[in-house]
Write a protein that binds this ligand. Structure first.
Ligand code: ATR
Length: 270
């Protein structure tokens, strides 16, 4: 019997997740199907319940349903808690289990694929929305020497810092204009400014000599990436993170870890 999975979002037509999971399944010889499901904006929960009734084993969840996915779950992995958001659901006898593999995917792309250690390094996280919040705890778990969250709206960055219960002394919040004299080993853009081709008001000094500048968006060269490249940083987009978060979900569902490198290369070549 083929086990059924899906990715649920609105919109969803652009999602590369079916291609990624089909490649993983082929590589690891897992008998699964994986499809895109467009849920009406007011019917996410009913859509999930419908899938469960049809015997689906799990689902990925994307914009704008990650919070609803968390809220309707019965069991929550610790890494869903900070952002109160889930991108992966597992359906079994215990009910709906929620996980968030975004942060693990980002960390794995940075450390394994791009070969930049996070431990002991200074990190700048740009943005304080859902995307930034979803990756904060896994980044902190890597024990950077310092992590600064910079956001256009300072109050949102400060609220994120406050949520970390064991308040780490090296965790700070600031606005972009407070970055004038600071340099970082890794700069991660988790804002959505790239969607509208908007440049962030960042001084070039933030990019250290061997800096990795990482944009969590993929499929376009954002103004952030252009600026970082011109400033001499190594630049990466979020395509590796996309594949790695999928691999982490696949592992949760199937207990098998796929080799992501050929899949990243395949998706990049498309
Ligand atoms: P997402 O789920 O993509 O994180 P979000 O929760 O709406 O979406 O958060 C968007 C993030 O991008 C926020 O940090 C936002 O900054 P504000 O908190 O000040 O709104 C940031 N952002 C979006 N457009 C931006 C722009 N043009 N300049 C700077 N920051 C921007």
């Amino acid at each position: 019997m083929t086990d059924k999975y899906a990715v649920i979002g609105n919109p969803i037509a652009h999602s590369k997740s079916p291609m990624i999971h089909e490649a993983f399944a082929k590589q690891t010889q897992q008998d699964i199907s994986y499809e895109r499901i467009l849920a009406p904006l007011d019917s996410f929960e009913a859509t999930v319940k419908g899938l469960i009734a049809q015997g689906y084993k799990g689902a990925n969840v994307t914009v704008p349903f990650k919070f609803e996915a968390f809220n309707m779950s019965d069991v929550r992995k610790p890494r869903t808690l900070l952002a109160a958001a889930a991108n992966t659901l597992l359906f079994d006898a215990q009910g709906i289990a929620a996980d968030n593999t975004d942060g693990a995917g980002l960390v794995r792309d940075i450390t394994d694929n791009l070969k930049h250690a996070i431990a002991g390094k200074s990190l700048l996280l740009l943005g304080a929305g859902g995307a930034a919040e979803g990756v904060l705890q896994p980044l902190l778990d890597c024990k950077p020497s310092r992590l600064v969250i910079a956001n256009r709206s300072l109050d949102k960055a400060q609220a994120m810092v406050k949520k970390i219960t064991a308040l780490e002394s090296y965790l700070q919040a600031c606005e972009f204009n407070q970055l004038q004299n600071q340099t970082f080993d890794i700069v991660i853009n988790a804002t959505s400014a790239g969607l509208t081709d908007t440049a962030l008001p960042l001084p070039d000094i933030i990019f250290s000599k061997n800096c990795l500048a990482y944009d969590m968006m993929y499929g376009r060269e954002t103004p952030f990436m252009k600026q970082a490249r011109a400033a001499g940083a190594q630049v990466a987009d979020g395509l590796g993170m996309l594949v790695e978060q999928a691999a982490e979900a696949f592992y949760l569902w199937r207990g098998v870890r796929p080799d992501t490198k050929p899949v990243i290369a395949m998706i990049r070549a498309m």
